[in-house]
Design a protein around this ligand. Sequence first.
Ligand SMILES: Cc1ncc(COP(=O)(O)O)c(C=O)c1O
Length: 397
Amino acid sequence: MPDSHDLHIDTRLALLGRPERSVRGAVNVGVQRASTILFSSLADLERANSRKYEPSELYYGTMGTQTTHAFEEAMAALDGGHGAIGVSSGLAACTSAILAFVRSGDHVLVTDSVYDPTRAFCDGMLAALGIETTYYDPTSGAGIAELIRPNTKVVFLESPGSHTFEIQDVPAICRVARERGVVCVIDNTWATPLYFRPLDHGADVVVYAATKYMSGHSDVLVGAVVADKAHYHTVRVAIAALGHCLSPDDAYLTLRGLRTMGVRLERQQRGALELARWLEAHPDVRRVLHPALPSHPGHAIWKRDFLGASGLFAFVLPPARREALVAFFDDFQVFGMGYSWGGFESLILPGTPSEKRTVARWDDEQGTLIRVSVGLEDVRDLQRDLAAALQRWKTAC
Ligand SMILES: Cc1ncc(COP(=O)(O)O)c(C=O)c1O
């Protein structure tokens, strides 16, 4: 393969994660299921043991097989990281990446717009371990410096937030954190490395719910942690200690999903933007929260740092009685209602910003938040489905 930096992203998505040593003539790597890896000599066994934390080393199934390694290689290359580690869910990626860098008595800074289960982990398990969390305003940029304490070890970012879509000034936050020796971990699930590469903007570790756009078909749970050279080993050792690993079957399916992620995202981006613009012009819609719209408060930063927008956004309806919401949600023909996002099928859901937010609170007076994940259906059918729902809502108001 030519130097991958000479190739455009869709070409790289076609070629990555196909190491010759593993595919052995096939197009795709096969599913290698293994707990035990056999060695033919004591020297080989000892060598593998001494290198077990290195990317792509075959040692024991929990540390990966050829299939998971191929997925990890692809993920690391997409983000320009030293290595990637596959785990069993996006949440496991978030929690293990934080845990890797903290000890009792430490302090972490976490965006107030963070994915709620990550917050629950900080408030529950981290607190029980004697690690304190402070939530920061996602729009605070370099102002986060005021919150850094001598014992602050990690800043955990997520940009945009997956319900309220605040865009963070990632380079500014990472600059001040780095000056103070604080590790920057970012959940980049929304943008994927196709539309934002956090390591290029100062982050140290990137986490993904590969469950979403990477797998793309709503039938796999996968997480990935990508780290630069300075932080890879620490995360790798922590994940091994926790016993997290990724099933080879799920790694295979996610690698397969990666091949089409570029075309899916392009189409989902286009469909989402078309719907967002249409909703913005709709008389019954109060606001649309989509970073690629010029009306979005974070639009300038999004434009500066991101190469695109994925298919997840939200809009706001004025406060209304429950019957109106029931009428809105209960009769969709194309959109499905359920958790998760990033799949080929469109989903709609009441947005649920955490009630526990401290600095970036969602005030119900602002209206009812509705989150949309745009899939691959024809956008005209999605628009008709939404228009009918808005009409039902208005009638029931
Ligand atoms: C932003 C974000 N991060 C992480 C996760 C966790 O992913 P998983 O469902 O694979 O645990 C989610 C899931 O919805 C998410 O929205």
